[in-house]
Design a protein around this ligand. Sequence first.
Ligand SMILES: Cc1ncc(C[n+]2csc(CCOP(=O)(O)OP(=O)(O)O)c2C)c(N)n1
Length: 677
Amino acid sequence: MTARAVQDRAQDGVPERGRDPAHDRMANAIRSLAMDAVEQAKSGHPGLPMGAADVATVLFTRFLKFDPTDPAWPDRDRFVLSAGHGSMLIYAVLYLLGYEATTIEQIKRFRQLGSITAGHPEHGHTPGIETTTGPLGQGLGNAVGMALAERMLAAQFGEDLVDHHTFVLASDGDLMEGLSQEAIALAGHLKLNKLIVLFDDNGISIDGPLTLSDSVDQVKRFQAAGWAASRIDGHDADAIYQAIEAARKSDRPTMIACKTTIGFGAPKKAGTSKAHGEPLGAEELAGAKQALGLGGAFEVPPDALAAWRAAGERSRAIHAEWKQRLAAKPADVRAEFVRRLSGIRPSGMGPAVAALKQKLALEPPTVATRKASEIALEVLTEAVPELVLGSADLTPSNNTRTKNLTDVAPGSYGGRYIHYGIREHGMAAAMNGITLHGGFIACGATFLVFSDYARPSMRLAALMGLPVVYVMTHDSIGLGEDGPTHQPVEHLAALRAIPNMRVFRPADAIETLECWQLALTRTDGPTVLALTRQNLSPARRDAGPNRCAEGAYELAAPKGAAQATLFATGSEVEIALAAQALLEPRGIATRVVSVPSVELFLGRPADQRRAVIGNAKVKVAIEAAVRQGWDAIIGPDGLFVGMTGFGASAPYKDLYRHFGITAEKVAEAVLTKIKET
Ligand SMILES: Cc1ncc(C[n+]2csc(CCOP(=O)(O)OP(=O)(O)O)c2C)c(N)n1
């Protein structure tokens, strides 16, 4: 309906045929709060909340299962506002439904420092926000993971405890992003029929009408990916109701293209990109308020607020019944369900790691760390039942599918191995969703170089503090013949640069096990395990405490006061040890420090850092990657033996020689430096 029609209706006071005045007043309450909050903040996006208010009203007041008094209730329906720029839609809804934290004062402080109403919705910042959105496409990708986790958890614990839907509100931008293709293809393939996407089909983006840059038939596109998809009038409450009702009964995921008018109600800006991302302005705002029959700033008509609050109580009885069902479960099942949903790690993990470590210490294997990871996973998948693995179609290279795992497949969700397909971004976004859903530790794999393809979701995992684990093999020129397209050089530095991301590059089987243990005990953020393709000789032979937890530690002591300290990670630790063996006989007392995690090390107190770095005259870092970041350990005068540009295609031993990453070159550099000083 056009803004003109809304005005006409308001003027003659006659409800349009088929419209429900009570619904309109509730939807207009969202519009009103969104307009006022954006106006007050002098920034934000009024257009989407105004356009999608009818869809949100039908969904939240007639379908969504949730309890404002317990936003984390495990069996709630999930709602993801993938178009995070429309954040005022969800803040308005949370306030109207009676979520305690989202008060009218918070709405008034939209986008201000210290408020819980941030510019884009942030998970963990605002109760009721299921995931952090804003980078378009991510929410949709997360929702696929949530819907998959729901099916997987139901397969393990039964539908009497786990039976909910995942709803997404997605915009044109969400569906234009490449990630959306990976997400919808995966969801369609897996037949995630409890995933329902409401597409805010307003035909407008920032630059103007969508016709400037897009002509995809989204309904056909979703259908081609195995979804049910249809078009409706997104301002017709009955049509919205019928479409969602049908979607709930579908045997496949559903996309409902809801034709809406961006900025619905604004006299001049409705239906234009002017309504997208800036305050309406005093005149336009007044016109919209008049057209929609609304009052002063931040005022919600009492009858509309009462109706919303009543809607907020809709699921109370269902929640109470669910609690009773949980209470009636055998104590061990109940305890396990609660443990899994609370993210508490199983008590069996520590002893399982200790036993394997003993074995590895007795017979240290010469294996690639990707193989060492598989050895660790054989034990960890038994000890940690919530661990769910997968790969973006590199399973035989990533060594992530242990013998005891079975596949997750369409309609069959009891397995613990996910074939994500060649969809690194979709995988990482789904892993975030699986983790946000609760009940699982998601671990996905690819080559380290393709972390670039997953990085936007990895960044959000770090921002949200999600304990996902990325197994990233083929971690340097050591992968050899595949050449520079596949050889990461800047990726370790790039991943280390993400706040709250922990990057491990273990040197042998024992370090790999320790890094896995640290990854799985971590609960406040993601971990990358950078693993080799090539075999490595053992660096450690002890079954003692977890040394990788220190970030960096002295692996091999010098004979006498150290003149040189060699810092190395992963596959270069054996080079450092070999260099030490060359230097010591020449009278150069040399230490070797293994640095499985630069960030963990740099996070330690200054005195501990100083003790590990030591005061040897010559400090060398050895890593088959770029230098960036290493100066924090070796200082600006430290020597770096690594890469300065892209790699090349050749057998890996030739590459190490070609790029000068050898024990001989390290020893030579140390000797030259000592002579100079
Ligand atoms: C990955 C990404 N790229 C760019 C942006 C900036 N941005 C925010 S909204 C938007 C597009 C707006 O169009 P649409 O998705 O149709 O939203 P609507 O105009 O309907 O609110 C863009 C490009 C973003 N948030 N995320």
